[in-house]
Design a protein around this ligand. Sequence first.
Ligand code: ADP
Length: 456
Amino acid sequence: MKLKSISLKLGLWFSTIFIALLLILGFILYGIFTNFLTDFIEQDLVARGNNHARNLEGQFTKEAIEHAIGMERGVSTRILITDSNHQILGSSIEPNEDMMEQINIKKSFHEGQILENDWQDHEYIVSVSPVGNDSGYVYMYYPSSKLKDMTFVMSLLSLITSLGIMFVAFGLIGILSRLFTKPLLSMKNATIQMAQGQYKQKIPVKGNDEIAQLGNSIQALGEQLQYYETTRNEFLAAVSHEIRTPLTYIKGYSDVLSKGIIDSREEQEEYLKIITKEVNRLSFLVNDLFEMSKLQVGKFELTKEPAKMNDIIKKIITNLKPAADRKELELKGEYKADVLFPVDVRRMEQALYNLIENAIKYSDKGKVTVISFLQNEFLVIEIKDTGIGIPEKDLTKIWERFYRVDQSRTRKTGGTGLGLYVAKQIIESHGGYITVKSKENEGSVFSIFLKAKSEI
Ligand code: ADP
């Protein structure tokens, strides 16, 4: 049978270990107790035998022997006194076979000692004490049954206490393991909810132990998932919007053209220009999406060829000039240096398009300037604008996928939050890097650094 509840498993493990420890402890205590008790009884037996022997020394008479025997009546010990030839002179009870066993050996002794201590298999613990001048011997007997009774009572008592402790311990273990598993259960419920799409979960945990840390991690994971879910939805809405607008233009103008109702050649060309511009916009958007998906699956490979960066900049400026004109922004390039450079032209165009388009998109007045110059071993391309700028707190986040500063300001400009992410990846894959400096309501400067001495 497989145990499903961790509290039951923990309980069983703890109980098994606890019982094993209790048993070992019981055995050790039992050994110590019986050893201590038998030692004590043996010493007492020899001491009392010696006392009697000392008292009988010099007056080994019938009266003295009777007196010694009389002293041992009414107690559990027995006494037996013999002469030096092991002939019995007196005894507190009628000696039986077990009592006679040691006497029959007829050995002589010079000092008090224990003759039999095996209380498990013999009826008595036996000691002997010689009476001075070889007059005789005092044998003392302690009945093993007394000792057995005592150890039995002790075993019974310790069994009852062990059972009591075990019950209390079981209860405690039960409560403890439930206490441990309670937060785990709430984590399980939280993850089930998360699997059903409710990512933001509150997991009640206390303290900072491993279980609390796990709870906090799950909660953080849920918040992160919720963030991705929200940004993904916003991204999808933004992408659909970005696609729908140019498509509406293309459809509208191509419908008019195909119906042949426009006669003026200039007007026709104007319409065609608008269609081309919108197709271009769509194509850059689709490229951003394409690059993102390639980056996601790690299939981002460059096709480099020697090219002049200024030519790429000029092409993009020409492409975006109408957009700048519409907003009455000045868009110009300043070409202070150029290098023949191994680049993936289409991708570098994409990166520059994203940056220059942003500069136009987020500026309402002034100008957008693209400057290329040499600085140490770098060819630097600066994209400067006099636009709305970027709040300080967002400066590090703008490079993230789907990140867009403040929805309210991006709603009117449109955008997908992909532009800077893709531009950064493209520039870094060319061995370069990109930085940003920006002040709100004053403008932004994006600087691309490309190693000018790269091999072609
Ligand atoms: P988007 O498609 O929203 O423009 P980007 O990744 O290109 O996405 O840019 C991310 C965010 O950075 C934008 O939402 C915008 O708020 C901010 N941003 C980028 N470039 C500029 C700029 N030149 N001036 C002001 N804000 C900018």
